[in-house]
Structures are given as structure tokens and as C-alpha cells.
Design a protein around this ligand. Structure first.
Ligand code: GLC
Length: 427
């Protein structure tokens, strides 16, 4: 029997929140709702997976879209969860949120039949709070360097190995292309808006220079150091020079828009951008290369920030078992394989990095495996519930430096003082 599918595609969490939480229509079987991201093809790919589960089980699923900005998404989730309403059963949550949202989610370990053992241990551990598995890994992320292979070749340049080299190559190609009549060309686009995405970018610069992770594993504020200063001083030269002023308001999709329309040499983005840059309708298809992000100076390291998304079941759900079954299905090996091929979403199951079909669709999953497994984590474990405030201070400092509203040294000093004040009584 074919179940009645009730996929409320147009629905958004913001609309639900505004409408005082409309309840889903009654249906055959059980109806559950899942909140999904909508960056690039994300919503469509989520909907396909949810629909496959609905067909297999005879249940109905509402797919609810969420804002692209992780920062805005968190604010909405907090609003909905604080109200204790069960309208959303399954939440797609960021890798940095288990510590912030754990109390609202059920322990999934009782529902997964041990499936969590197939996933990267570090992510399972990240998602385990006070011994409870509050979310299942869905896909992982790491910051990558995208480049235009054709432009590098045309101008006799190689893929930059350091951030200093990237700055110079970006400038050189941008100037040469403009002199050739390509007036729109920019050297480098990235996520420079004041939000969580900038924290990911700026952490990459700082850690690449050996400047650590803002707060170390013991909870000490370490951000005001000479290596972090070197990173911020280089980044302070970019806006208006190799990056457009607009980058100060770019999130992932704005950066991709510029790169994919052919107007940037380099882009920092997550793996999802690969599937779109290489899609049939992409003007740069066939000309895109992907590499690890550069090192900060010769002695620095190639650093990509660890990102990624998990699925959690609300403790206010009326159907936690059914919701957990949807999570089990969506995080399964088969579904992660489909998502990797369709959308370049990095699996959280190591075995899929050896799967021929996955590697054919995403050759860099193999070449950059180390980048994915060694990605640097934001300090969300050690700062727990305070993480979002820590990140907020950090992205504001980085934004002030990029916009040249603050000198790098002064920005780092102030950031250190603010974070120390915040942590005085422990995080
Ligand atoms: C990506 C990452 C996520 C990060 C966000 C920032 O979605 O997966 O972890 O917080 O970008 O914009």
C-alpha cells in the first residue's frame, strides 16, 4: 500500500515559530517532522531520503526548511525547544551544538541497534553528552580550498601551499584577468559575514599559523598569541584587495555564487560546493580543483575546520520511536552513500571512503581523506553551553579585523579579555 505523503516542502521553521507552531495534518500511520538545512541542494536531497523512508514504513513525514545561517538556525531551535513543543520530531543539528542542546534530545543509543559503532568515533564521542548519545552523525564537513584549474594554468601558477602564496597568486591572477577585460574577477572569496561560518574560516587561518583553537582543551583562553596575530594581520589585507567588500556579508552560498559564475580564482567552502560547481549547468564545470587549505607560513599546518551535521530526536516528540527510526534510516550506510554521490555530503562511515561509486563522484574524498579526519574542532566541547557566546566574540573580532575597524593586535587583546571574563567562573 502506498502511504499518503505529506511533504510540507514550503514550510519553514521560521513560519512555524511565527504561527505559534502549527501541528501537522493527521495522516495514515504516524506523521513526523524533520528540520533540514536548505543550503544548495540540501533540502531536496533531505526530502528524497525522508520520502524513501515514508514509502518503506507507511508513515508520513513533513520536511521543514531552516535558515542557511547556522547562527540563525540555532536561535530558532532554541526558541522552539524552549517552548517544549513537539512539532519538530527530528532536528538536524550542527556538530558544535550537542553541548548546548543536549537536554532537549532523547538518548538514541537505545534505538540504533549499535549502528553508531560504524561511524567515526570522534563524532560519536562529540555527540555523546553525559553518557547519552544525543545525536547520530549524518554528514561531516571540513573547510577546503577550491581553485580554478584553467586560470592557474593560463597564468602559470600552481596551487598555493601557504596563505601568503594564496594572497599573492590571487592578486596576480586577478590583476591579469582584469587587464584582459574580465573586470569582475576577484582573487578569493570566503565566508566573511559576522556569523558561525566566519568562526570556521578564521579558525582555519589561526590554526594554520600554529595559533591554536581560541580556547585550548583545558579551557584556557589562548587566542592572544603571535601566531594568531600573524594570521589576522594577513587576513586584514584581503578585503578590497583580493576579496570584494561584499565578502564581509558572504555566507557559504554567496561565496559559491561568485565562484560558480566564474568570478573568483579561489574559494573557501565545504564539500557540498563540489557537486554544484561540477553540475551540468555550472559554467565552471571541468575547471574546478579542490585542495587542502594552505599552511600559515612554511612551518604552519594545513587546517580545515571540522563541521558537519547530526540528527537528533526531540524529547517533546509524540513519536520518539518512529522519529528515531527515521534517524536510523537517514544515517544508514545506503543513504549516506546516496547523499555522497548526489550532493558531495561527506559520510560519517569510514568504509564509504573506499566505495568506488562515492570516489568516482568525489575524487577528493580519497585524496583529502586526511584533511577530513584531521580537521580541527572548534572549542565547543570545552566551552559547553557557552560555546555560542565564545564563537560570537571570536567572529566579531575577526569581522572587525577584516573590515579594518580594529587593528589585529588590539582586537586579539580585547577578545582575550572578554573571553577570560566570560570563563572566570568556569565555562
Ligand atoms: C557548515 C558546517 C557547520 C558550520 C557551518 C558554518 O554547515 O557543516 O558545522 O557550523 O557550515 O557556516
Amino acid at each position: 500500500m502506498k502511504p499518503a505523503l505529506n511533504l510540507a516542502l514550503g514550510a519553514s521553521l521560521a513560519a512555524l515559530a511565527a504561527a505559534g507552531l502549527a501541528s501537522p495534518a493527521a495522516a495514515q500511520g504516524v506523521t513526523v517532522s524533520i528540520s533540514c538545512g536548505a543550503v544548495g541542494q540540501e533540502l531536496e536531497i533531505c526530502r528524497q531520503g525522508a520520502q524513501a523512508w515514508a514509502e518503506e514504513t507507511g508513515n508520513t513525514v513533513n520536511v521543514v526548511s531552516t535558515p542557511n545561517s547556522s547562527t540563525e538556525r540555532l536561535a530558532l531551535y532554541q526558541q522552539l525547544l524552549a517552548a517544549g513543543a513537539g512539532d519538530i520530531d527530528v532536528f538536524q543539528i550542527d556538530v558544535i551544538w550537542p553541548g548546548i542542546l543536549a537536554q532537549h534530545f532523547i538518548d538514541l543509543s537505545e534505538h540504533m541497534d549499535g549502528a553508531e559503532a560504524d561511524h567515526f568515533e570522534a563524532i560519536v564521542e562529540n555527540n555523546t553528552v553525559d553518557g547519552r548519545l544525543v545525536a547520530m552523525p549524518w554528514f561531516t564537513d571540513a573547510g577546503l580550498l577550491y581553485y580554478r584549474r584553467d586560470l592557474l594554468e593560463r597564468h602559470g601558477a600552481s596551487v598555493p601551499e601557504t596563505w601568503e602564496e594564496l594572497t599573492e597568486t590571487a592578486r596576480m591572477i586577478q590583476e591579469a584577468e582584469r587587464a584582459d577585460g574580465n573586470g569582475q574577477m576577484w582573487g578569493f572569496v570566503f565566508q566573511g559575514r559576522a556569523y558561525e561560518g566566519l568562526t570556521c574560516n578564521a579558525l582555519e587561518w589561526v590554526d594554520a599559523f600554529g595559533g591554536g583553537t581560541i580556547v585550548d582543551g583545558d579551557g584556557n583562553v589562548t587566542i592572544n598569541n603571535p601566531q594568531a596575530l600573524a594570521a589576522f594581520e594577513l587576513a586584514a589585507t584581503w578585503v578590497g584587495y583580493i576579496a570584494p567588500e561584499g565578502v564581509l556579508n558572504y555566507a557559504e552560498e554567496e561565496a559559491r555564487g561568485v565562484f560558480q559564475s566564474g568570478n573568483a580564482v579561489f574559494m573557501r567552502n565545504w564539500p557540498y560546493a563540489w557537486a554544484l560547481a561540477e553540475a551540468e549547468d555550472s559554467t565552471i564545470r571541468g575547471n574546478v580543483g579542490v585542495a587542502a587549505l594552505p599552511r600559515g607560513g612554511e612551518d604552519g599546518s594545513n587546517t580545515g575546520t571540522l563541521g558537519g551535521w547530526q540528527l537528533a530526536v526531540s524529547r517533546y516528540s509524540a513519536h520518539p520511536e518512529v522519529a528515531a527510526d527515521l534517524v536510523r534510516f537517514l544515517t544508514s550506510r545506503e543513504e549516506q552513500k546516496r547523499r555522497a554521490i548526489e550532493g558531495a555530503y561527506n559520510p560519517t562511515i569510514a568504509a564509504l571512503y573506499e566505495d568506488e561509486d562515492v570516489l568516482a563522484a568525489n575524487p577528493f574524498f580519497g585524496d583529502l581523506y586526511d584533511t577530513f579526519v584531521n580537521a580541527v574542532a572548534r572549542p565547543s566541547r570545552q566551552t559547553g553551553e557557552s560555546y555560542n557566546r565564545v564563537s560570537n566574540e571570536f567572529w566579531n573580532a575577526a569581522h572587525d579585523v577584516l573590515a579594518r575597524r580594529a587593528e589585529p593586535a588590539a582586537a586579539l587583546q580585547r577578545l582575550e579579555a572578554d573571553l577570560n571574563r566570560m570563563s572566570r567562573r568556569g565555562w
